[in-house]
Design a protein around this ligand. Structure first.
Ligand code: ADE
Ligand code: ZN
Length: 341
């Protein structure tokens, strides 16, 4: 049995959060405020009701509600507010850099919104938080493959035609069902030609072939989740040899029943296999979690030491798309963190 989780030590470690969806940071109070502001019938009348609504029996039910929340973000200031709010909360947990996944295709296609005001507002919200905390951030507009590739391409073209200053990568979220039958690769090719990185969800509910496909077809440099990869040693080797990190969200995996129990989670085996793992909270209020809770799960499930916590934080900094000089300054700070804390 390892000791109790050293929350204050982990809080003090400079950390990056590389797997969190901006729209998934809308907590119950914010959702009620959005409903009130826009005259929308909320899914429940009070915070307890919203938090009960934020319980899912699997990915399809989650996606439906996630898209409902996404559709309640109507004005640019809604986006600015949630971006600022999340960065301030992350800062309180010792996070120095956040890469926000943004469900761009849902806003542009399903909600028929223009991209420039959304992007500009998210940047404004991030800058407000940065001005107070010096937190660093980057954006990952992503593809929702529950929509046809042709529509996603139309939406992502609008994203890529606008200001890319705050954008670090293009991502792939949502269900992987249509990947193998529809062609999303031109979007990633265009992103690369703009100097952007690529990331992709893969092997969250599916198997290792999603990881191989994401790396080979989308040029993914990081995988979100990847928890199904261990079934294929060649796919594991691909990740290890190329140093492709998996941004794992243990609380999300439990909440969406991607695993049956903590004991069934492959996190310890992924670490043992030499995969570079970073921790993320995915959609934190929807899964009743935050980043420190995710470190606590790793501590308990993998029987890690404080040095193991430091290594996970180091992985997150090294796998981030933050500028190299900032990463190296954070690494120096990380190494100086006193483990007697
Ligand atoms: N979008 C938001 N959360 C997600 C998840 N857990 N998997 C895939 N897409 C998502
Ligand atoms: Zn995710």
């Amino acid at each position: 049995m390892n000791n109790s989780f050293p929350r204050e030590f982990v809080r003090a470690l400079p950390k990056a959060e590389l797997h969190v969806h901006l729209e998934g940071t809308v907590d119950a109070a914010t959702l009620l405020a959005l409903a009130e502001r826009h005259g929308i019938e909320p899914p429940a009348d009070d915070e307890a009701g919203i938090n009960a609504w934020y319980r899912f029996d699997g990915f399809p039910a989650f996606l439906e509600r996630y898209l409902t929340v996404t559709s309640m973000l109507r004005d640019p200031e809604d986006f600015a507010f949630i971006a600022e709010r999340y960065l301030l909360a992350a800062h309180q947990q010792g996070v120095v850099h956040v890469e926000f996944h943004i469900s761009a295709c849902a806003h542009l296609i399903e909600n028929n919104k223009p991209w420039p005001p959304i992007y500009d507002a998210i940047v404004a919200g991030c800058r407000r938080a940065e001005a107070v905390t010096r937190i660093s951030w980057g954006l990952i507009p992503d593809i929702s493959p529950h929509l046809p590739a042709s529509e996603c391409e139309r939406a992502m073209t609008k994203v890529l035609d606008h200001d890319l200053t705050g954008v670090v990568a293009v991502g792939m979220g949502g269900p992987a069902d249509t990947w193998f039958t529809d062609d999303f690769t031109p979007i990633f090719r265009r992103a690369k030609s703009e100097g952007l990185h690529s990331v992709s969800h893969a092997a969250e509910h599916g198997g290792p072939r999603e990881v191989v496909f994401a790396v080979e077809q989308f040029g993914a440099e990081r995988i979100q989740h990847g928890i199904g990869v261990l079934a294929d040693p060649a796919a594991v080797q691909l990740l290890v040899e190329r140093g492709i990190a998996c941004d794992v969200c243990p609380g999300s995996n439990l909440a969406l029943q991607a695993v049956d129990s903590p004991a069934a989670h492959p996190l310890p085996a992924m670490l043992d296999a030499g995969i570079k793992v970073t921790l993320g909270s995915d959609d934190p209020p929807m899964f009743q979690t935050n980043l420190l809770d995710e470190y606590e799960r790793a501590w308990n499930w993998c029987a890690l030491t404080k040095e193991g916590m430091r290594q996970l934080a180091a992985n997150s900094l090294e796998a981030s798309f933050a500028p190299a000089d900032r990463v190296s300054a954070w690494m120096t700070q990380l190494e100086a963190c006193d483990s007697d804390r």
